[in-house]
Design a binder for this molecule. Structure first.
Ligand SMILES: Cc1ncc(COP(=O)(O)O)c(C=O)c1O
Length: 399
């Protein structure tokens, strides 16, 4: 092999033990505890009636955890279906061997995409007669029935048939011979914002609208059509939101979107974000750290340089606002978080070394840092934190 920089030939055959496979824990990585997901699903399922099904929402690569891994453990915990956002996410799960039903929660509106969905046995979400017609034609073409879920808009103003037109439209949909309606569903807009009375009434209103609609179409339970409305927060509110199935994301991953409601839940976070200390330096008092010199040391300071940054998905606006954990001790992050690295003040530690592992999210001893903490500090929601992690962070299964 030629080493380009020096233009010298280098014969690796002389070093038979030399391997180029990089340790996934060499720099920064995500650890996923599959068993935590299994336990969370089991616990959440215990809040449902026997007949109510659990759809594990694994879109956005299983909220950054690895959709395949999450699916495997969610099924072990008792989930019976998966929810994804895109055609590609569904196909990836099918090709990795998932046989159970998969619902695409996003919209497919071209014939081509709907054919691909049909061929991969993925159920699309249908929001219009036009989409129904395409599906019916596809079913007819293959001499089969196209399984799908109909969505109605009860207050989100996103996807779904308009509520007040749906009753009439449903009559037409029922006349299509080559579609199989597997489900009718809607989505809650404000269930996880229960701090305000307003959101509670919005959520109840949506439930009532959904129920009224089902009554108006003379919804026939015998037809095996599943009705579903609740996300994590909706499911935790009360049983009246459960219908035939719940679609659960955040709480399955171990985070309670409604901590103000005491559900006796002991959810276990499944994701740990870790990074190695790549370098240690000592700076004098009065020295600035990182871009813009926003942090200036107030004493002689020992800094650990961690090999993780905003290109890995740590929001830059968390600069100076987070801690990391090592051996059951918190250490403050200082200065601007850079693209690939961040600095941490370890002046008070004698045990952090080059190569030590720091925990950014998760727990170490009795210390914990949650995506909910990061979300609060960066003025966003935990969902966004979890979905921001980039592909360059390897995912390592631990149990
Ligand atoms: C249609 C739909 N159902 C269910 C969920 C799961 O929501 P949560 O993560 O709050 O449980 C989502 C997530 O955004 C969604 O878009």
């Amino acid at each position: 092999m030629q080493i380009r920089q020096t233009n010298q030939e280098f014969n690796f055959d002389k070093y038979p033990n030399f391997k180029q496979d990089i340790d996934p824990k060499q720099r920064a990585w995500i650890e996923v505890k599959g068993k935590a997901i299994e336990a969370n699903v089991r616990q959440l399922k215990s809040k449902l009636n026997e007949s109510c099904q659990f759809m594990a929402v694994v879109k956005a690569d299983g909220y950054g955890h690895d959709a395949k891994l999450v699916s495997e453990y969610a099924f072990r915990g008792g989930a019976s279906q998966l929810g994804v956002a895109t055609l590609k996410e569904g196909i990836k799960l099918r090709s990795s061997g998932v046989k159970k039903p998969i619902l695409i929660l996003g919209n497919l509106y071209t014939k081509k995409d709907l054919v691909i969905s049909f061929k991969n046995d993925l159920m699309p979400t249908i929001s219009s007669i036009r989409e129904c017609l395409i599906c019916n034609n596809i079913g007819k073409h293959f001499g089969l029935k196209f399984s799908l879920h109909l969505k109605v808009d009860t207050g989100m103003s996103r996807l779904g048939f308009e509520c007040n037109k749906f009753v009439q439209q449903f009559e037409k949909i029922k006349s299509f011979d080559n579609i199989l309606i597997e489900g009718i569903y809607s989505h809650l807009s404000s269930a996880d914002e229960l701090n305000s009375l307003d959101s509670k009434s919005t959520t109840n209103l949506q439930r009532k609208k959904f129920q009224k609609l089902l009554n108006e179409i003379n919804f026939d339970r015998n037809k095996n059509i599943k009705t579903h409305l609740a996300n994590s927060a909706g499911m935790l509110l009360d049983k009246s939101f459960h219908f035939d199935m719940v679609r659960v994301g955040l709480s399955m991953y171990g985070y309670n979107p409604l901590p103000i409601i005491d559900n006796n839940l002991l959810l276990k976070p499944a994701l740990f974000l870790k990074a190695k200390v790549a370098f240690i330096r000592i700076i004098d008092q009065g020295v600035s750290v990182s871009y813009g010199g926003k942090f200036v040391s107030s004493r002689k300071t020992k800094l650990a340089v961690l090999s993780i940054g905003y290109a890995d998905g740590v929001p830059r606006n968390l600069s100076g606002k987070i801690n990391v954990i090592h051996n059951n001790n918190f250490y403050p992050q200082v200065g601007s978080i850079t693209m690939d690295q961040m600095m941490v003040d370890i002046t008070d530690s004698n045990e952090v070394k080059v190569g030590s592992t720091m925990t950014l999210l998760g727990s170490d001893g009795d210390k914990k840092i949650s995506p909910l903490d990061w979300a609060r500090e960066s003025n966003t929601i935990p969902w966004e934190i979890l979905c921001s992690f980039k592909n360059r962070l390897p995912k390592v299964k631990v149990d």
